[in-house]
Design a protein around this ligand. Structure first.
Ligand code: NAD
Length: 345
């Protein structure tokens, strides 16, 4: 099998590329190498003949067509996106360009390239549960039938891309499939995201600041489980279907931070309790939002479910960050000094 992955240098993309390469699959990774990219996570595959990174923009039709022509993939996994919700408020046009126009360009490239070739192929679009908006405490988790109700420019731009994917499947018969995943965590996540931020701040003796009371609830899935789910959908999902992916682990932010403190207390008892470093900062945005996904469809139809229980996944993640200090400390220093290139060496 030959798979073109877009955004394969991002947090989730690197886990997917790593999994595919471990399974002996040939991969081309098309990535613009923005400040979100982290090629270091795939350094062990450098020089492998089965793997190539191509720097390119998913909005550049000529570039994509030339990659398709040269590589002749059987499948595309489309993971490239602008993903930071806070940044989507300041750089909305960039989010629309990448997540909407970029997805349109990928679909058009796939449609033209595959036209008349026949054979088995697939376009897997990676989306997010955030397209469904938030839930109240009593609501069931989002199902594949839930109505779209995006609440941020990021979520709206992803929702717009999802609609294009569906339309290209219905109108042109492009064999598309879409996944909606909840929040991911695990190794190589940039240290400004909640879980690595709390681990690295706690490890460095800095305040562990939570927005508001920290009662916002998300479902969390380990990134390696997400990658396995994507592979399962790629191989066995139904054309034009959508699948929710999640960890069946709804956790309020404040509880996650307390769990991290317990993990740090165990490793550094002389500095316990780390919970004394927790601070609550004012932030009224979406304070009480709850996000949860119903993953019964992917289990029922494709027999996928997450292998990583949240507490053990979190514990492994704490270990990973403690063992990989040079990587995240360099990123933190670069960000502190406002360096333009925030990528890890
Ligand atoms: P990320 O920000 O870590 O990585 C995105 C990657 O896309 C980067 O390598 C970046 O260089 C690349 N990219 C950005 N713009 C590009 C462009 N125009 N052309 C080519 N490459 C470009 O993102 P992530 O967290 O790995 O998310 C990957 C996908 O998974 C996204 O589609 C996101 O919406 C979805 N998702 C993420 C989460 C999560 O918790 N992180 C949850 C659900 C769904």
């Amino acid at each position: 099998m030959r798979v073109l992955v877009t955004g394969g240098c991002g947090f989730i993309g690197t886990a997917i590329v790593d999994l595919l390469l471990r399974r002996g699959i040939q991969v081309v990774n098309l990535d613009k190498l923005t400040t979100s990219a982290n090629p270091a996570a795939l350094s062990e595959w450098e020089g492998t003949p089965r793997y190539e990174v191509v720097q390119g923009d998913i909005c550049d039709l000529e570039k994509i067509l030339s990659v398709l022509e040269n590589f002749q993939p059987d499948c595309i996994i489309h993971a490239a996106a602008e993903t930071d919700v806070d940044r989507s408020l300041q750089s909305t046009a960039q989010f629309l360009q990448t997540n909407f126009v970029g997805t349109y360009t990928m679909l058009e490239a796939a449609r033209h390239w595959w036209a008349g070739r026949g054979g088995d192929y697939r376009f897997l679009h990676i989306s997010t549960d955030e397209v469904f908006g938030g839930l109240s405490d009593s609501d069931p988790g989002f199902s594949e039938q839930s109505a779209y109700a995006p609440n941020s420019p990021y979520a709206a731009s992803k929702a717009a891309g999802d609609h294009l994917v569906r339309a290209w499947g219905q109108t042109y018969g492009l064999p598309v499939v879409t996944t909606h995943c909840s929040n991911n965590y695990g190794p190589w996540q940039f240290p400004e995201k909640l879980i690595p931020l709390m681990i690295t701040n706690g490890a460095d003796g800095e305040p562990m600041a939570i927005s508001g009371a920290g009662h916002i609830v998300h479902d969390w899935v380990h990134v390696e489980d997400h990658a396995q789910a994507v592979r399962t959908v790629l191989e066995h999902g139904e054309n034009c279907a959508t699948y929710n992916i999640g960890g069946s682990s709804d956790q309020p932010h404040v509880e996650i931070v307390h769990m991290i403190c317990v993990e740090l207390d165990r490793r550094f008892p002389d500095r316990a309790p780390h919970s004394r470093m927790i601070q609550h900062i004012d932030d009224t945005r979406a304070e009480d939002a709850r996000y949860a996904v119903d993953t019964s469809k992917i289990w029922r139809e494709l027999r996928w479910r997450p292998e990583t229980e949240f507490r053990s996944g979190l514990s492994r993640t704490v270990d990973w960050y403690l063992e990989n200090r040079p990587w995240w400390q360099k990123i933190r220093q670069n960000r502190a000094t406002g360096a333009a290139d925030q990528r890890a060496a």
